[in-house]
Design a binder for this molecule. Sequence first.
Ligand SMILES: [Zn+2]
Ligand SMILES: [Zn+2]
Length: 482
Amino acid sequence: MKEVLQKAFSLLDNETENFCALSDKIWEIPETAFLEYESTAVLVKALKDYGFEVSEKVAGIDTAFLGRYGSGKPVIGILGEYDALSGLSQKSCQLTKEPLVDGGAGHGCGHNLLGVGALAAAVAIKEYIKESGCSGTVIFYGCPGEEGGSGKAFMARDGIFDELDCAITWHPWDTNRTSNESSLANYQVAYRFKGISSHAASSPHLGRSALDAVELMNVGVQFLREHMLDSARIHYAITDAGGFSPNVVQPKAEVLYLIRAKDNTYLAELYQRVNKIAQGAALMTETELEIDFIKACSNFVCNDTLMQVMQQSLEENAPPTYTEEEVQFARDIQNSLENKANPYLRQSSRYANEADRKFILSQMDKPIFDFVWPFANVEGDMGGSTDVGDVSWICPTVQLMTATKPALVPGHSWQMTGVGKSSIAHKGMMYAAKIMADTAIRLIEDPEKIEAAKADLVAKLGGAKYECAIPKQVRPRAIAPK
Ligand SMILES: [Zn+2]
Ligand SMILES: [Zn+2]
């Protein structure tokens, strides 16, 4: 079996140039949520070229697809993303902010690497299944619209992940580690009020202001904050203030809410309370209310067994090393950071082992975190949300981070877009592919681990079952500004 494993890894080495070219290609055509047509074409072609059986437009989404290889159990899913962010266009490897296209989109979350790194892992797993002749199926999931769209939740609603025994994914970051962090569940909902227009001075008594309703709803929600769990978050943006004439009573107005909570159950409760406030605002202003549910995603459920397997793989496979030029470039990028705060200092308390904590603190001045992080004993909170959460409710799921950028470069920054085609990014992506493939192969070789992972999930959910919060009639929609 060792020889077969070596063959799978050699394939990754031999195809490195091709994978890096694919990632660079996607970096060059940044497309935002649910508009990833060209990126989809690039990845679908690559899957076909590598011998996968491809299904396109899955779950009725133009830019969602699968690539499948093998037969029988276990069925292992590798999740890839490829959407970009609006407004984060940046020239490659510059030390100052210089958009490639003014106001254009850019890969500020590194999903060009995420999609191709995951695909490369699937290719290596396919090679292993083929060469070993073992039972097993690998499915690459092309998941669109992660940024603000929750593409995976729509796919999950259609049962696309139901056949999986476990799922593996990763995220480009500045650390090489197994993620032991939960994320928040969220709903994104537009509240639209309809009133009656009127001359604001001569006949104000005939007008019913939709903008008043939006303002009253927001005030109501401010008062709600004192009476909800600390871990919940409610954000909003006024997406339609009704117009720019103060002398007209605004007949329409819209506010977009993003409501987050630690788990799906509490989020469903909190959402009903926000709805009541919206209804109250409509009642107070004699306006009509329309609640437009846009999307939802689940909290991420960490899986102890899968994390252990991945951590072992990280510790047995050394991370990349860097040239002097790469180290200098990383320092230069670090010097360009507007905010040099180090989030890892605060998180060091998650390491129960004193030696681990000391080790991490001793590494903090490095321009690239070129080491494998010890496992964080205490579960953390990634602070935001990810639609990988939905998959993690359906089957045991594990997430890897690898260093694809200089230390402390934040996500969703021009610097992160800018380094997305660098050799540092390429090395991190190929390392991620190797660790994901190796983790999957360890699971294929040890089916008991998969059973243990399933038992972990059942215990963590405490009897709760996955239910997609997105109503049946809601379709995914592009959220880019028109
Ligand atoms: Zn992101
Ligand atoms: Zn991301």
